[in-house]
Design a protein around this ligand. Structure first.
Ligand code: KE4
Length: 431
C-alpha cells in the first residue's frame, strides 16, 4: 500500500525546506517519515493514511481542550463570519486582555502579538528600554523562540558572553547574552556579582518544557527574584508553554504558593491563550508596559496582533479552562498517565523518571529526574527513538524529540490513558 505520508513528504520537500514549516516536525531527531495530519477531533488526529493517533503533542501545548471543542469551534466560526482582520481595535481584544489579566495578578497590562518568539523578543527589548541596560541572562536548555539575541549557547565562562547557535546571527548580537546552567545557584550569584548594574533582565522558563520537563527549584527561583530586585534587573518568566497549561494562574502561581508575594516583572505567554490560532502576549506592571509605543519609547507593532478570529479562539479556550473542576480532572488524567508509565517501565526494568503539572508532563529514560540541560542530554537517545516509534506504530503520538514535553487535554479519556499505558507496556517489554 502506498504510504501517503511518504509521498506527501517527498512532495513537501520540493517546495518547503525540509518539507516542514518548523524543524522539529521533520522527525530528524527520531528518524522515520513525518505523519501528515489530515484531521483531528478530541484527543485524536489522523494521518494521510487514515491512521489514528492519540495526540500528546496538542500542537506543542495550545490544544488543552483537545481538537474541535464545540464552544471554541462555534466562537471561531462566528468570529470568522464577522470578519478575519481589520487592523483596527476590537472589543474582543479588550475581553481577552481582561481575561488573561484576571488570572495572572503580576500583570496590570498585556500586549497581544502573533507568536511566542515575537512576545519573547519584545519582552527583551522592553526590559532593555525600561532599564537602559544591555545584558541579559538566559539558561542553557531554555528556549524562548528564535529571535537573534536568544539563539545563543554558553560562552567559555561567566565573564564571557554567548556564542551564536545559528548561522546568520552575528557574534555582536549575542555578546550581551549570558548563558548559565539552569538551577545552578553558584553561577547565578557569580553572574550578578560580575555584571550587576549591566543586566537588563533574566529570562527563564519556570518549568523548562524545552528540556522536556525540568522544574526550577524553589530556592533557585527565589534567588533569581531576589538578585534581580537587588541589582535592578527585570525577572522575565517565559510562560509560553507553561502559561494556562500547568495551572490556571500559570507556573508563577505555583511559585507564589511556595514564595508568598512572588511576582515576575514581565510574563511572556502564548500557545493556550490562542487556543491553536496564532496568538501570544507579554505583560507586566503598568509602569513597565507604558514604556511601549504608542505611549513610550520602546517600539513594537504587528499587522495581525490581536487578530479577531484568534482572540475569539483564545477567549473561548480560557473560558472553558476557568470552569470549576477543570484543573482537578485534567491533573488527575495527567497523573494517571505518568504513574502508569512509571509502573510499566519499572516492571520491565527500564530506567525511567517522569514529572507532571496540570496538563503538561515529561519523562526521561534516566533513573532520576535531571535538573539541568547537560543531565537531560545524558538520556539514551537511540532507546528513546525506539520508544517513540514503538508508540507511534501503536497509535500513540508523543513528541518526536527527547527534550520536548508532552501534553494531556481535557478530551483525553481514562480509556485513552489506559490504552497509552498498554502501548507503552508493550514497547518497554521490547526495549
Ligand atoms: P513560537 O514562536 O514557536 O510561537 O514560540 C516560541 C517559544 C517561546 N517560549 C517557549 C517556552 C516555547 O516553548 C516556545 C515554542 N515551543 C516550541 C516547542 N518546544 C514550539 C514547537 C516548534 O518550534 O515547532
Amino acid at each position: 500500500m502506498t504510504d501517503l505520508n511518504q509521498s506527501l513528504f517527498d512532495r513537501a520537500r520540493q517546495v518547503i525546506p525540509g518539507g516542514v514549516n518548523s524543524p522539529v516536525r521533520a522527525f530528524r531527531a527520531v528518524g522515520g517519515t513525518p505523519r501528515f495530519i489530515s484531521r483531528a477531533q478530541g484527543p485524536y488526529f489522523w494521518d494521510a493514511n487514515g491512521q489514528r493517533y492519540i495526540d500528546y503533542i496538542g500542537s506543542w501545548g495550545p490544544m488543552i481542550l483537545g481538537h474541535g471543542h464545540p464552544a471554541v469551534l462555534e466562537a471561531v466560526q462566528r468570529a470568522a463570519v464577522e470578519g478575519f482582520s481589520f487592523g483596527a481595535p476590537t472589543e474582543r481584544e479588550i475581553e481577552l486582555a481582561e481575561a488573561i489579566l484576571s488570572h495572572v495578578p503580576s500583570m496590570d497590562m498585556v500586549r497581544l502579538v502573533s507568536s511566542g518568539t515575537e512576545a519573547a523578543m519584545t519582552a527583551i527589548r522592553l526590559a532593555r528600554g525600561a532599564t537602559g541596560r544591555r545584558k541579559l541572562i538566559k539558561f542553557e536548555g531554555c528556549y524562548h523562540g528564535h529571535a537573534d539575541a536568544l539563539l545563543v549557547k554558553a560562552g567559555s565562562g561567566l565573564a564571557t558572553f554567548g556564542n551564536p547557535t545559528s548561522a546568520g546571527v552575528p557574534a555582536e548580537v549575542v555578546q550581551d547574552t549570558l548563558v548559565l546552567e539552569y538551577n545552578n545557584l553558584a553561577q547565578l550569584e557569580e553572574a550578578f556579582t560580575l555584571h550587576s548594574a549591566d543586566i537588563a533582565c533574566l529570562m527563564m522558563e519556570p518549568i523548562a518544557g524545552n528540556m522536556n520537563f525540568v522544574r526550577s527549584d524553589v530556592a533557585f527561583m527565589k534567588r533569581c527574584r531576589e538578585l534581580c530586585t537587588q541589582h535592578g534587573a527585570l525577572l522575565v518568566l517565559d510562560e509560553v508553554m507553561t502559561g494556562f497549561r500547568v495551572a490556571l494562574g500559570s507556573a508563577q502561581s505555583l511559585y507564589a504558593q511556595a514564595l508568598p508575594g512572588f511576582k515576575p516583572d514581565i510574563t511572556v505567554l502564548g500557545k493556550v491563550i490562542g487556543g491553536g490560532m496564532p496568538l501570544a502576549a507579554f505583560g507586566g506592571p503598568r509602569a513597565i508596559m507604558e514604556q511601549l509605543a504608542p505611549l513610550g519609547p520602546v517600539y513594537q507593532a504587528g499587522t495581525l496582533s490581536g487578530n479577531p478570529v484568534a482572540t475569539a479562539c483564545g477567549l473561548a479556550t480560557l473560558k472553558e479552562i476557568a470552569k470549576p473542576g477543570f484543573w482537578d480532572a485534567l491533573s488527575q488524567r495527567t497523573h494517571d498517565l505518568v504513574d502508569g508509565l512509571k509502573a510499566s517501565a519499572k516492571k520491565h526494568g527500564v530506567p525511567f523518571s517522569a514529572d507532571c503539572q496540570g496538563g503538561m508532563f515529561g519523562f526521561f529514560l534516566l533513573p532520576e529526574l535531571p535538573r539541568n540541560y547537560s543531565s537531560v542530554m545524558k538520556s539514551d537517545s537511540p532507546r528513546f527513538n525506539q520508544l517513540f516509534h514503538g508508540l507511534l506504530d501503536r497509535g500513540v503520538y508523543i513528541a518526536p524529540a527527547l527534550y520536548e514535553a508532552g501534553f494531556v487535554s481535557s478530551a483525553h479519556s481514562a480509556e485513552d490513558i489506559q490504552a497509552t499505558i498498554a502501548a507503552a507496556d508493550a514497547v518497554f517489554a521490547s526495549l
